[in-house]
Design a protein around this ligand. Structure first.
Ligand code: FES
Length: 293
């Protein structure tokens, strides 16, 4: 965990109210694990805001290695962040928390993203596909096509020499970080059927469970509750065999470093701090009826 001032290399609104920001953060880029997060000091707010690490790009020039953040404007802090320009500096702290783990015997990884919950799963896909022998399927669900992450097919590249204040040119609205790691099977689903299958992610999830060795998810609490019910009925011998699953929780945080108890949740293993013991937990360890997110 390290505090540093980092230069913004790109910042673009890629969906209504959702921004993709690249920052030069070599220490985080080289040490972070998928599922970990950083906190950012937004303007003069006392509490830092937590953000999942969305992607990393390791540059040949080590100090240019980047971290990408994907965030939705939800208040004054994120509004302030969305208005930062290329070349501005932001104060970050991280990497923080405990991330996802991949068992050495696992080959087929199923990633399940609800809405902006795709943020930490792209980094997980990157990491899984950086070593031989993993297949990754990413199911991404949203209410409508405009809320789906607009991946391009081009590879990840760096913004080589960002100039202060530069804005994306017309036709370049998409950040150059906007791509999926090559090799990911991407399955979009929308509730209104405007792209991919007309479904919720939890409707099509069972189709992939036989294939998957491990399942990872990030999304709204209702998605987790549905998955937890599937897991519970599977364990009772139901036909749908939901697997154990690692989930990333998004909760309000205070300090982000385990000092304030502001993020405490009840689990079957006792009280846990999301910022220090998580944000990644086992799906069936969480007492979903108690959790208020
Ligand atoms: Fe302070 Fe987790 S945010 S203990």
């Amino acid at each position: 965990m390290k505090q540093s001032l980092c230069t913004i290399t790109s910042n673009a609104e890629i969906m209504p109210g959702v921004y993709l920001m690249g920052i030069e953060a070599p220490d985080v880029a080289t040490s972070a694990q998928p599922g970990q997060f950083i906190t950012v000091r937004c303007e003069d707010f006392i509490l830092r805001r937590p953000f999942s690490i969305h992607q990393i790009v390791i540059a040949s020039e080590a100090k240019q290695s980047q971290v990408a953040l994907l965030f939705r404007i939800v208040g004054k802090g994120t509004l302030w962040l969305s208005q930062r320009q290329i070349g501005d500096k932001i104060d970050i702290l991280g990497p923080l928390g405990k991330g996802f783990s991949i068992q050495s015997s696992s080959r087929n990884l199923l990633l399940v993203a609800g809405g902006i919950g795709i943020a930490p799963l792209v980094f997980l896909a990157q990491r899984a596909l950086s070593s031989e022998g993993h297949s990754v399927t990413l199911i991404h669900g949203a209410s409508t096509a405009a809320q789906l992450y607009p991946f391009s097919s081009s590879p990840l590249t760096l913004n080589p020499s960002p100039s202060k204040g530069a804005c994306p040119r017309e036709g370049e609205k998409q950040s150059n970080l906007l791509s999926l790691p090559s090799g990911v099977q991407f399955i979009p689903v929308t509730e209104d059927g405007t792209m991919g299958q007309k479904a919720m992610v939890t409707n099509i999830l069972p189709d992939f469970l036989t294939w998957a060795d491990q399942v990872y998810a990030c999304g709204p609490v209702n998605m987790y509750r549905a998955m937890a019910r599937m897991l519970a009925t599977s364990l009772e011998g139901n036909k749908v065999k939901m697997k154990k699953c690692q989930v990333s929780l998004e909760v309000r945080m205070g300090c982000g470093i385990g000092a304030c108890y502001g993020c405490t949740i009840e689990t079957k293993k006792g009280l846990k701090k999301v910022c220090r013991d998580g944000p990644v937990f086992e799906l069936d360890d969480i007492m979903w009826e108690e959790v208020r997110i």
